[in-house]
Structures are given as structure tokens and as C-alpha cells.
Ligand binder design. Structure first.
Ligand code: THU
Length: 160
């Protein structure tokens, strides 16, 4: 028997420690929370992605009375970015969540389905996505891409 351990590596930043480009991405994700359609959970999530050409695209969670029909902020944003700019690799994504009249103090990590979509976006463009998760107490910055958050991945290689 051999034990295998997966580690998850990220850095904790203050807003002021971020470079200007990342500050803008976080600001855009925070602003995007306000456009969320979340009448059921009242949990408003915003996401912003920066494309290789510098363009920033934002989106938010979109809920539905038939709950599973809704979509998280991360996937709304990634799918929209890929639909509008199909040849632009995604360099970074920032996520923020607003509920009970304030931003969460602890960053909201992406759900499993969003992690799976991020994996395929990385594979599509052969490039790790820098992930910034905003909380008022600090910002988690994941440099190593989605593999830090999603070990033992299922991907298209299993289908060949
Ligand atoms: N949600 C996101 O948009 N992103 C996350 O990372 C976590 C959860 C949304 C889905 C749903 O609209 C609401 O937050 C409550 O789960």
C-alpha cells in the first residue's frame, strides 16, 4: 500500500498586495455580483475573467424556479467569454459573493461543476488559469490553476 497525498497550494493576499490588473479583475467581479439574478438563494455571486488580449468579461449567477436550471457565476462568465471570444485563452478569473448586505469575509470557492469547466478551459487553451477568490478578510490567489482545487480529474483523455 502506498499513500498518495494531494496538496492544495494558494497564497493569501490583501487587496493592496495585488497588482493593478488583478485589482481591476476583483473590482469587476465584485461589481458583477450586483447584476446577479438570485431571488431564491439571495446569494449573489460575481465573476470576471481576463482574456489573453486584456479584455475583461464579467458575469454572475442566474437562478431559476426550477433550481437545477440555474447557473453559477463562474460558468456563466466562462461560457460567455468563450462564446464571444473563442480564440482567446483565459488568463485569470476572480470571484466574489455578496449576501445579507455585504461581501463574504471568507472567499467562496467554486463548486465542483465549475471546477470541471475550468479544467476543460485550461486544457482547451493549454494554459493554467490564475484564480482569485475574494473575501473581505483576504483574497486567495491560486497560481497553479484548477489542478490545485481539483485533484484526480476526469477529462477527455479517458474517452479516447
Ligand atoms: N454559486 C455560484 O454562482 N458560484 C459558486 O462558486 C457557488 C454558488 C451560486 C449558485 C446559486 O445561484 C447560489 O450561488 C447558491 O448556491
Amino acid at each position: 500500500m502506498k499513500e498518495v497525498i494531494h496538496t492544495c497550494h494558494y497564497n493569501l493576499y490583501t487587496y493592496d498586495e495585488l497588482c493593478e490588473k488583478d485589482q481591476l479583475l476583483v473590482d469587476t467581479a465584485k461589481k458583477a455580483t450586483q447584476g446577479s439574478y438570485a431571488p431564491y438563494s439571495e446569494f449573489q455571486v460575481g465573476a470576471a475573467v481576463r482574456l489573453a488580449n486584456g479584455i475583461v468579461i464579467s458575469g454572475n449567477n442566474q437562478e431559476n424556479a426550477a433550481y437545477p436550471s440555474g447557473l453559477c457565476a463562474e460558468r456563466t462568465t466562462l461560457f460567455f467569454a468563450n462564446a464571444a471570444h473563442p480564440n482567446q485563452p483565459i488568463e485569470a478569473i476572480a470571484v466574489a459573493a455578496y449576501t445579507n448586505g455585504k461581501f463574504t469575509n471568507i472567499p467562496v470557492p467554486p463548486c465542483g461543476a465549475c471546477r470541471q469547466v475550468m479544467l476543460e478551459v485550461e486544457q482547451r487553451y493549454h494554459q493554467a488559469i490564475r484564480i482569485l477568490l475574494y473575501g473581505t478578510d483576504g483574497i486567495y490567489v491560486i497560481d497553479g490553476g484548477i489542478r490545485e482545487l481539483l485533484p484526480l480529474t476526469f477529462d477527455a483523455s479517458f474517452l479516447k
